[in-house]
Design a binder for this molecule. Sequence first.
Ligand SMILES: Nc1ncnc2c1ncn2[C@@H]1O[C@H](COP(=O)(O)OP(=O)(O)OP(=O)(O)O)[C@@H](O)[C@H]1O
Length: 255
Amino acid sequence: MTAPVIEVDDVWVRMRGHTVLEGVSLAVYPDEFYAIIGPNGGGKTTLLKVILGLLTPCRGEVRILGSTEAAMRRFLGYVPQFRTFDFDYPITVREMVLSGRLGHITRRPRRYDGKDLARTEEALETMRIADLADRQIRDLSGGEQQRTIIARALVGDPKVLLLDEPTVYVDAPTAAQFYEVLDRLRDRMAIVLVTHDIGVIPEHVTRVACLNRHLYTHDTNEIASDMLEAAYHCPVDLIAHGVPHRVFPEHSREE
Ligand SMILES: Nc1ncnc2c1ncn2[C@@H]1O[C@H](COP(=O)(O)OP(=O)(O)OP(=O)(O)O)[C@@H](O)[C@H]1O
């Protein structure tokens, strides 16, 4: 059986006296498109930060390609939440994408070389923004900015692409185009997408889990009602393939 690219093993995180993640375990395999859904404040960004090595759990460990070495994080591409970017910053699309190579340069002084420039051109082509390369990022549409930050995550040639609420600020047609782009990337890398919006779970996900301090999963690509109930603690209206329906009727248990 293929080995996982990411293993999260019994991870606990406490912040300011509150338990944010409690005994979270999961494995992501190379060909997976793993969606993690959950309410605001449920710990999704925290889990991504633990996987990325930006946050050390008080218990448990994360293995990337079987290793706990910090250097293995170079195999991860990260697309943070849109709101964390300053799109008014005076920088071109090409410069922004190229900046994704910085963490991969070990030589000193840190200077870009031909490989960095070549990877940047490839990522611009992959995301179909080569024609925008010399434009300022502030002059792009939301969808074009989104493709730019994904290209920036791709220049490191990741084995896994981690996306935090990638469609939160884009309209429905742009989100649909975005999922087409992810489909194209899937034969090159695993994808982990976190979102609070269960209406956006794309049809090609291979696995869905719900996170609200605990991770609830059935190891399938179905959004099961008991997972949602456990994670959201309230009725949830799900829009699956354009058809709204209520996935469970009422509160059945209190925390
Ligand atoms: N630096 C911090 N210090 C203290 N508490 C924090 C810190 N960062 C996050 N938290 C808390 O941890 C919990 C989980 O936050 P997190 O950002 O991981 O949730 P999320 O599921 O990503 O939420 P959202 O969908 O709103 O982005 C929240 O209650 C948040 O207030």
